[in-house]
Ligand binder design. Sequence first.
Ligand SMILES: Cc1cc2nc3c(=O)[nH]c(=O)nc-3n(C[C@H](O)[C@H](O)[C@H](O)COP(=O)(O)OP(=O)(O)OC[C@H]3O[C@@H](n4cnc5c(N)ncnc54)[C@H](O)[C@@H]3O)c2cc1C
Length: 623
Amino acid sequence: MIEPQRREAGRADAGSSARPAPVPAARGPAGELPSIPPQPRRPARAARPSREQDASTEQDAPDAAPTARPPVPRRRPSPAQPARPGAHHTHRVENQPPPLAGFDPLACDPALTDAVAREGAKEALPDLGLLAALVASPEAREHARLAETHPPVLHTHDRYGHRVDEVEFHPSWHWLLRTSVGWGLHGTPWTAGPGTGAHVARAAGFYLMGQLESGHGCPVSMTYAAVPALRHDPALAAVYEPGLLSTSYEFGLAEPSTKAGLLAGMSMTEKQGGSDVRAGTTQAEPTADGTFRLVGHKWFTSAPMNDLFLTLAQAPGGLTCFVLPRVLPDGTRNAIGLQRLKDKLGNRSNASAEIEYTGATGWRLGDEGRGVATIIEMVSMTRLDCVLGSAALIRAALTEAAHHVAHRSAFGSRLADAPLMQAVLGDLALESEAATALALRLAGAVDREERALLRLALPASKYLVCKRAPVAVAEALECLGGNGYVEESGLPRLYREAPLNSIWEGSGNVTALDVLRAVNREPDSVDAVLAEVDSVAGQDNWFDRGVRELRTELRGREERRARRLAEMLALCLQGSLLLRYAPDEVASAFVSSRFLPDGPWRTSGTLPAETHTKALLTRITPT
Ligand SMILES: Cc1cc2nc3c(=O)[nH]c(=O)nc-3n(C[C@H](O)[C@H](O)[C@H](O)COP(=O)(O)OP(=O)(O)OC[C@H]3O[C@@H](n4cnc5c(N)ncnc54)[C@H](O)[C@@H]3O)c2cc1C
């Protein structure tokens, strides 16, 4: 946890104090990253104002009592000269926390470090420590702020009217991507063999960067996820893998083989259906040279400046996966037009485009008619990053909340000492620890190629952890009171981002239905999860109760209960991990609070089976 700097308790309206006020970080003009000096400390305000200050204060204050002193001409600071610190009694900055910078998001997170070591990447901890120091630096935090404050801009045409289809990003976006790519968070684990811990180390790095900024994680994640899908075709993999695994970041339109590094995207969702990708209407016609000509649209394609996209289109043999580079081998541009960028709730540093294929050239990836089976390899890996990304958001929000309450007082005592605040933060900490442990367990399963476990544990975890993130972030935001609702706190950015992981790569219901599908069709995946869960059977009554409920849901397999099934699976996995590896007090608090039959934490859609849903709906149906 962040080391609280103890302060004397004092109310916001407490009397004068000689304590120096924190100085806000410098802000530069748009497009320019200011270098942030170490936080200077202002000289302590004099206990007694000078004569001049006295006079100024008296004249500024309409209700000030008259004094016997002769009037002093009113002197206001010119606009070019800001008021001297301490010149106005109305503007004392007290009881505000110092900026959160320079903390260690790795050392402060034993749930993470323990999981990294446990899942086989202990040797990576020193390197992760370096990344953590970077993530916590004021410079990095400023890049994160700037990348969101200056969202990407689409240029469809040049000044002469030629189509250019380019997206302009703020330099801080490029800084973030260069950093993540440089640390190999986009693909390098694929060069290591199974069981080396490479995916775990990468997951921990992605989790750390996710605490800094989420938007740029989208192309990083899609590039990571594209590799296993690309390997369906060794010839295509040979063309693109070297660039995708390179740790060089090279932005710009160029033929892929000439670039130092490549990024990949995913293009499935169409206007008429995102979950139901089989409803896609984009057509792919075979051509004489073995490639396909694609005509159609995609309603969402994020990071459209990436170098290649895995796309679904209807070929003569059915829905098929294709690889479309932005620049063709002959150096000409592929026929991919960018129509609009989405104006999104969050994820604002990242561009998400509506695109059109107007005769674009694609290479078939995987068998014709097996498009979903091919691209699902990519979707699985991005789902892992949804879990990691949501765990990172929960952790980042919790960090901000813990920092704030450690430095803020109300009613004469530090908020961090208030029993009710401790209860709130304790609950958030449980949520964070459970999310982090589960996310890293999944990364370990990828590393060790535990396919059966991943088939069920991945969608179930994606369902629960992504659903919990908005709730946890909102609660953490509230720990900062009104300050948390203000942009400068950074919490609104986390809050806007929080629902997204639950929407893409399978929205809540669709993910829960995927869990049900796995339970129905792949019994070995159920066995793998139950083996994990049963390894702690008999250790805790609450947990055993939860596992009994899970088994009931597993037997029931009702579509309308799919959410409860998904969350019970993920909860039991979390409980099992915490019972095995977390301190006793963490584990027992988790199982005793999360396995209550009517626990207040329940997610939407998990009402008891006997609930009369129709009766509830009639009360909200507009007449
Ligand atoms: C910021 C952002 C970036 C994105 N980037 C990309 C991208 O790069 N590439 C890409 O291909 N897509 C992208 N998407 C699209 C995203 O993957 C889809 O929005 C998502 O899969 C849901 O599809 P949809 O919007 O068509 O919703 P729909 O499929 O219409 O679903 C609407 C709701 O109905 C629910 N639902 C669907 N079927 C059922 C059912 N049978 N029973 C019960 N409930 C059901 C869903 O869970 C959802 O809540 C992006 C989306 C966003 C918001």
